[in-house]
Design a protein around this ligand. Structure first.
Ligand code: DAT
Ligand code: MG
Length: 139
């Protein structure tokens, strides 16, 4: 995947809260193009593997439990400077610290239930996109 792509998930609280359409509309309005997308429900094994870099953190169990608590929307997004621009659009991990107008400020409930995932680097975007999508599901 090139440096103009990033990976996102709309997390269970965003789906459960009925905010998926509004969040996708905001993402598209900011110039991101959807290159792949699916509505899915992570298994415990998938969530553990996806967040493996956090395995030693105290919140890992809570994170896996939350991410498997309901369905998510996973997507690959394309835009110039996709990774950095998308991180700016989603805002800080903790919605209390997220800037006005960011997705987490608008829709996140808490640091743990924070509405949306965004890759933190090009290598992460590549790994995370490939984790969720086969080559023939990316357009
Ligand atoms: P981000 O999602 O902003 O990249 P991260 O990679 O540090 O943040 O952590 C991944 C997810 O783990 C985050 O979106 C929510 C959860 N998380 C992080 N820190 C947490 C904490 N202190 N307590 C509870 N959940 C936390
Ligand atoms: Mg992260």
């Amino acid at each position: 995947m090139a440096t103009n792509r990033t990976f996102t998930m709309l997390k269970p609280d965003a789906i459960e809260g009925g905010n998926a359409g509004k969040i996708l509309d905001l993402i598209i309005s900011k110039g991101f193009k959807i290159k792949a997308m699916k509505f899915t429900h992570l298994s415990e094994a998938q969530a553990k593997e996806f967040y493996i870099e956090h395995a030693e953190r105290p919140f890992y169990g809570e994170l896996v439990e939350y991410m498997t608590s309901g369905p998510i929307i996973a997507a690959i997004l394309e835009k110039d400077n996709a990774v950095a621009d998308f991180r700016a659009l989603i805002g800080a991990t903790d919605p209390a610290e997220a800037a006005d107008g960011t997705i987490r400020k608008l829709y996140a409930e808490s640091k743990g239930r924070n509405a949306v995932h965004g890759s933190d680097a090009d290598a992460s975007a590549e790994r995370e996109g490939a984790f969720h999508f086969a080559p023939n599901e990316i357009f």
